[in-house]
Design a protein around this ligand. Sequence first.
Ligand code: F6P
Ligand code: MG
Length: 456
Amino acid sequence: MSSSSPVPSPVGVYLTSDPTSFALTSATARWPVIITGVIDDIHRTALESEGEKVTEAKELIEKIGAVKHEIEHDRQLVPLEDDGLDDIALYNAELERQGPMTWLNAPWLYSECYLYRKLYSFTVTTKHWKDYDFFGRQKLDAFQSSEVAVAELALRYKALSGQLHENITQEQLKLLFREFIDISLWGNATDLSLLTNLSLDQLQSLQGEKARKESEKNILVNDVDKAWQAISGTKDGRVDIVLDNAGFEFYADILFALFLLDSDLTETVIFHPKSLPWFVSDVLPIDLSVLINALGSSTFFTSHRNEIDYLHGKLVKYNEEGRILIRTSPFWTTSLAFWEIRENGLGGGHAVWQDLKNSKTVIFKGDLNYRKLTYDAEWPRSTSFKEAIGPLATSGVKVFSLRTCKADVVVGLPDGKDVELEKEWEAKTAASGKPQTGKGWAWSGKWAVMPFSTGQ
Ligand code: F6P
Ligand code: MG
């Protein structure tokens, strides 16, 4: 292996040609819909624009429409055109190394990243659409429509953070830590019904313990105690969160960050968003101000202003004090697995490694980050997390992944658990009149994993 090649995966990766994987559905049923949404958004934005911007919009729509056509007709992936940014060369080198490939017979991870990078290469080379987030409107609308859940969590945050008095015991603090971790975890799912909704007193009761067990039964790997140890070991230092989605999920992550800062469990929280529009809903640096403004506006969220204002005030304060920071890297939008977060890592992996090894714990949010941690490869499901994250397991970086399962790859399960879940899902979907393959449990979003790696 030359030093300019990524560390290879010892097992095959998921392919868009595999009819038993979610990859095929994703490529054939989801991507065309996502692209149509992008075209619609450009169209709407162009209607409010004039002159050269409208001319550019027409060109953009044509180019993006052509990508949709290429996918639907299973054309070959061609090298990305140079748009002046460094990562293009890496995408093209990977295409050469892994290719030739067509859209519907390609490594899922590579082709999906290539898709979003290609769309961005069109806008970044224009004059008027450089900073345009074609998913921005959609992200904000979705956040607004989650008003009920936003208010509920604001109430909960105010109530729980009110319990952070000086005499709180470590045990009580740990209970709250687990609650806020759960909020951040399930913020990644569409279904929040698995969260408990209890006060600190209730959580300490037997009944609270029962409710927690109930809500945790869908968490197949749960290393929260290890994460607690790593984070609560020292008061100073930093916790990093490699973000996933904007809107409600980011809001849930912010609640967790506020808890860490309120309780002085850490000095700073560093958020790592993407630097270009990514997988529809991922956080961009600007989304922090978008969220702060949305929370602060009494016309955006009309109810429970008292609790939302309380939370908003805390967020603004920590942001101004530099205890909440935003740091991005082009590495997050390469197609590379996080196996490249290592000393000689490619595509910015080296710089990310140098940065993250100074963190008390790096929390990787969501499904795509988990796919990248595990190379999106067809590991037997009983493979250990340590094995599946390759060099990262001994890189000195402490990894804690909070992931609701929305794709095929899952590791760290006890022997036989996979078969049990397949049977359960088959029976459940058959009973609901919409039978699905048993394998579908892994991408249903109903189960989650929270593995921790010490980095040693
Ligand atoms: O196409 C499906 C998909 O793109 C998965 O690849 C990905 O895992 C998911 O959508 C996005 O999930 P998340 O936002 O949790 O990363
Ligand atoms: Mg995402």
